[in-house]
Design a protein around this ligand. Sequence first.
Ligand code: SF4
Length: 81
Amino acid sequence: MSKPCRRCLLKDISLEDYERLIRDGLDALPKEDLAEDTISSGRLQICKECEKLNQGTCLACGCYVEIRASLKKGKCPYGKW
Ligand code: SF4
């Protein structure tokens, strides 16, 4: 499988490549910077019920929520978590 282009729009990559992009992003983070799984999954549960969530990104800040929620220092721009 080819590596997704870093300059492509999401509409130009497949769902499979998009998921890999997120996974690779998570894998690249220093382990010491990661929150515990229970914390990140609790955060993502809040995101899933938030009107700002749009296809894995936060409309308030533009981040990929799965990456932001995985960081110890990650914060919701609306203070929801
Ligand atoms: S980070 Fe905050 S504002 Fe953004 S989708 Fe999650 S809960 Fe909503």
